[in-house]
Design a protein around this ligand. Structure first.
Ligand SMILES: C[S@@+](CC[C@H](N)C(=O)[O-])C[C@H]1O[C@@H](n2cnc3c(N)ncnc32)[C@H](O)[C@@H]1O
Length: 359
């Protein structure tokens, strides 16, 4: 057994075609061959660049958002900040540096990471240490393994999109599930199998042939746990991702990224990042049903502007004029509608706090 493709083929030969969630989970987090388990994929030499890697301003603005909400909520003596899927830990490092001057904030701050990749856990450890934060964070491989008490803020940038999805297609035989099998020539290929009524009972009744709907028990579960954590402890969550905010959006959004280009999600198993668009509408519904206060999503550009990213960029340029062009370019990349500003949405939820989150 020497590659993820071999492992996938073994499972498919034994159990039959594999639904997409299983495929996605194995490709991304298989303990030996998973994409995130075996590498640091970020940056120009990697496969993609995320907002915290574009500029320190992103993590600083999230730090400011959290510090203001903590302050509005009466500055409790303990604040847990949990980051989901923190990559290299860059957002958290900038969050720390950006809030160092907020009186008493770092005394209250307890950091936790939910991270499956041991490679990235190590990077997060270094980033937090380099940022000068001395209280040791805690790590859990998934949110079920985390137990915190006290006010809790949960942050996830490009995390929910990595949680596995299943896809259902309406055909002339009714609802079928899209799955990964092996073609006659031995390659991984997409096919359809009978869909579980557990899912089809809740799919739209007026679908047309060819319509595809995505569902993610893993994302639903995360949202339930996030809501439960902030409800029992008081606090807020801030989820930032690409996706849609309308009821029952349809379409195939499953995608793979390798060396900064879209590739076929079945090619390069374990060597490409797999994601799909996040259904913010559904996540908000789950949080609301759990008793949290919910807010419509805003675009990343609007959100960062409200927090003062323009002024921050100005200050950075004044203190390092030789980097002016670079700082301006990063600011535009994070906020412009035709770059990350509109594609990415920001959605807060809160529970039992006095303040209103900036959105
Ligand atoms: C697209 S990266 C985002 C990284 C970081 N938030 C950023 O913006 O740079 C996804 C992150 O989630 C982690 N991850 C992916 N699937 C996970 C899972 N099921 N459980 C825990 N962490 C996961 C990855 O290892 C990685 O750190």
């Amino acid at each position: 057994m020497n590659s993820l493709k071999d492992v996938l083929k073994k499972y498919i030969a034994a159990d039959g075609p594999m639904h997409l969630a299983r495929y996605m989970e194995m490709c991304l987090t298989h303990p030996e061959f998973g994409y995130y388990v075996t590498r640091d994929p970020f940056g120009t030499k990697g496969d993609f660049i995320t907002a915290p890697e574009v500029s320190q301003m992103f993590g600083e603005m999230i730090g400011l958002w959290a510090a203001m909400l903590w302050s509005d909520s009466g500055k409790p003596e303990k604040l847990n900040v949990i980051e989901l899927g923190a990559g290299r830990g860059t957002l958290m490092a900038d969050f720390i540096r950006g809030t160092v001057k907020v009186p008493r904030f770092h005394d209250a701050l307890h950091i936790a990471f939910v991270e499956k990749s041991p490679v990235l856990q190590d990077k997060q450890k270094c980033s937090v240490g380099d940022a000068g934060f001395t209280r040791t964070p805690i790590w859990a491989e998934d949110i079920d393994g985390l137990d915190v008490d006290g006010m809790t803020f949960i942050i996830g940038n490009e995390f929910i999109d990595a949680l596995p999805i299943r896809q259902f297609e309406y055909t002339d035989k009714g609802w079928m599930e899209r799955c990964v099998g092996i073609s006659e020539n031995g390659a991984l290929s997409m096919g359809l199998i009978a869909a579980d009524t557990l899912f089809t009972a809740h799919l739209p009744k007026d679908a047309a042939i060819g319509d595809i709907y995505e569902r993610s028990p893993a994302r639903d579960h995360y949202m339930e746990r996030i809501a439960a954590l902030i409800k029992s402890n008081s606090g807020a969550a801030l989820l930032i991702d690409y996706g849609h905010d309308t009821s029952d959006a349809k379409g195939d959004t499953f995608q793979a990224m390798h060396e900064h280009a879209f590739v076929d999600p079945l090619d390069n198993a374990g060597n490409a990042d797999l994601t799909s668009h996040v259904d913010f509408y559904r996540l908000r519904k789950i949080a609301k049903a759990a008793g949290c206060d919910v807010f419509p999503s805003a675009s990343q550009g609007e959100f960062l502007h409200k927090l003062g990213i323009g002024q921050r960029a100005q200050i950075l340029v004044e203190s390092a004029p030789e980097k002016g062009a670079e700082i301006y370019e990063a600011y535009k990349r994070l906020t412009d509608d035709d770059k990350m500003g509109k594609l990415f949405k920001v959605m807060p939820i809160t529970s039992n706090i006095n303040g209103t989150p900036i959105i």
